[in-house]
Design a protein. Structure first.
Length: 121
């Protein structure tokens, strides 16, 4: 984040805060409800340090048993801890509301991303 600052897009290009094209690299985390042992600050720090990752994608399972719709408080707390670890490590985090039934959960997704935007805007 310190290197590229606030990101934006233009057409199909990802741009840094000065309008120059940038390419990020990183790792996608599997759904927390199934692979939660990897959703922690130590893994984020390791990816940033040893893999030179510049971002993590946090695929938060919405529908599966134990997903966000079953345990919103627990899922949100875990997600926020990992996003905060990414911020501390100086890398970007992509928050993924991961579901194949998106139209069924549009209101929940909207409320969730309103909250995430207020926290991390």
């Amino acid at each position: 984040v310190a290197m590229h600052g606030r990101l934006s897009t233009s057409g199909s290009s990802l741009l840094d805060e000065h309008g120059s094209p940038v390419q990020l690299r990183g790792m996608s985390f599997f759904w927390e409800c199934w692979m939660g042992k990897y959703w922690n600050g130590d893994v984020v720090a390791w990816l940033a340090r040893d893999w030179n990752a510049s971002l993590v994608r946090l695929a938060m399972g919405v529908d599966p048993q134990w997903g966000y719709l079953d345990r919103p408080g627990e899922q949100k707390a875990t997600l926020e801890a990992v996003v905060n670890a990414a911020i501390e490590a100086g890398i970007y985090a992509i928050i993924d509301w991961h579901t194949d039934k998106a139209p069924e959960h549009a209101d929940s997704a909207s409320a969730f991303f309103d909250e995430m935007a207020r926290l991390y805007g």
